[in-house]
Design a protein around this ligand. Sequence first.
Ligand code: XIL
Length: 452
Amino acid sequence: MRSLRKGLSLASLLTGVATLGAVLVAAPAAHAADTPLRDLAAAQGKVIGTAVTGSKLTGTYGDIAGSQFSSLTPGNAMKWGSVEPTRGGFDWTEADQIVAFAQAHDQQVRGHTLVWHNQNPSWLTNGSWTSAQLGSLLQNHISTEVGRYKGKIAAWDVVNEPFNEDGTYRSTLWYDGLGADYIADALTWAHAADPAAKLYINDYNVEGVNAKSTALYNLVKSLKQQGVPIDGVGLQAHLILGQVPSTLRENIQRFADLGVDVAITELDIRMALPADSTKLAQQAADFTSVVAACAAVTRCVNVTVWGFTDSDSWVPGTFPGYGAATPYDENYSPKPAYYGIAEALGGSTTPPPTNGACTAAYSVTSQWNTAFTGQVKITCSGASLSSWKVSWTYGAGQQITQAWNATCTQSGSAVSCANASYNGSVADGGSVTFGFNASWSGSNPVPTVTLS
Ligand code: XIL
């Protein structure tokens, strides 16, 4: 059964690449380590997860999500603003889809998230509510959502990001309206709606021992003493390259010693762009140390990455100039970080030699009645070139008339462009672009290009 899920077929890889629009790798496509991460994790008694976007769960994205991970977290689909955009108007489409995919792939689901200050619907945030109204809105929301997925969710991030950096409570709709009791109440209501689900409090910058994580520690301790249903803490772990907290393991252990589970819930490790092989190697080491810290503590049960591919990561949009934060690149090739995770789980430690790659991307930059201008950008990451040739086949009678920064020839529909004398070398982390004019009529589809 498991072997059916193993690896990626070349056909599915090519399909995924083609839909991205004409990008092909020069080096042979890197392949994932033989043993999927979920099997490596299972052998350690751990669960390995990823955040996902429901609409993307087909093709290569779906193949990897289903075969490599044993847990899925909806990246946005279960947030209040997604499920109840208008008051009483529920939309469970994406959340249902992710849960169904997980069940079909024998995966857990982490529900994310029930009580937060972000991504709430405007009817809720713009309303003016008495404390009693707010409490009943929250109780209804929790009962409805947790109830809908009762028996299908392994763990809920019930409360998200309740603390400030100094360990005081964050001023939010909930804290301001209900006081700190909103946390215990939310946990109690969630437990009533699904007694089997593990209930978590989740936050960021609580990975190491610091004021914020100590506040979380004290809260969990007091909730436990009061008999409030709290099963775990989620350490988000949105980290920066080279900055894994040295006290991560110690911090995980102190929560475990309180008698709760720990999960790394949103792991990504961002770097200043562009990526290069040095940064990617550091990132692999960082992923190894985070996963190893979890692996070392029995009660650390789950490591979830916040998106498995750089094409589905919140980082570039949220931290300008940063990116490349996940274990797979934008073309779904595993990066050194992938092997860093595998290594911490006792799997293959060495990436295949062709892990880095150069890619060529074709685009039409302007188009008018009968002619257009196009360009091809060649980009290298973890690899370099000393000369290059890009070829493609035109499917609709397009004809190159002129090229610059490359020597192009066209024979029938076959086009081949080689580097000029001055731009054959593309450094690791660098790129080269050439342009051309061509004629077209009827349609002007983007061809698939091959870099060699
Ligand atoms: C992020 C999603 O990844 C983005 O798509 C969305 O635009 C904003 O939220 N902490 C959390 C997550 O708990 O829910 C956030 O997810 C990232 C930070």
